[in-house]
Design a protein around this ligand. Structure first.
Ligand code: FES
Length: 139
């Protein structure tokens, strides 16, 4: 079960109810992996907000670093949602505060544990190579 951060207000989000496609682009290897997420068959609630990009990634075996356990208290789960971002929950002030400490932030940047797609658009999510390296090297 996903953890809870007692220092922030949990955002109100709704996991997707209709099937959608999510493409993970793994910058480190150049691989692209495409999955169709059917909420009726996917079990959400593993980590991060229910149905978040991190939760989905865990379910399909895609590795995204998540040092704080998916509770919006770090920025290691930083990804870039380059397509379909409009169908995702809006970033809260707490998420933006954490993103302030991330490197290479741009308008596509999200914390994958806080970004919950509603299923109305397909998603393209880039997992930056440097993100993994930072976590491994302990910076
Ligand atoms: S895992 Fe720490 S903020 Fe997402």
């Amino acid at each position: 079960m996903a953890g809870v951060n007692p220092y922030i207000n949990k955002p109100k989000t709704e996991p997707a109810k209709t099937p959608f496609q999510i493409t993970f682009v793994i910058e480190e290897t150049g691989e692209e992996k495409v999955f169709v997420i059917d909420p009726k068959q996917a079990s959400f609630g593993r980590i991060g907000l229910e149905g978040s990009v991190l939760d989905i990634a865990e379910g399909v075996g895609i590795e995204i670093d998540h040092a704080c356990g998916g509770v919006c208290a770090c920025a290691t789960c930083h990804v870039k949602v380059t397509e379909g971002g409009a169908s995702c929950s809006k970033a809260t002030e707490d998420e933006e505060d954490q993103l302030d400490s991330a490197r290479d932030v741009d308008t596509d940047s999200r914390l994958s544990c806080q970004c919950v797609p509603n299923g109305t658009q397909n998603l393209r999510v880039v997992i930056p190579a440097w993100n993994k390296n930072l976590a491994r090297e302990g910076h």
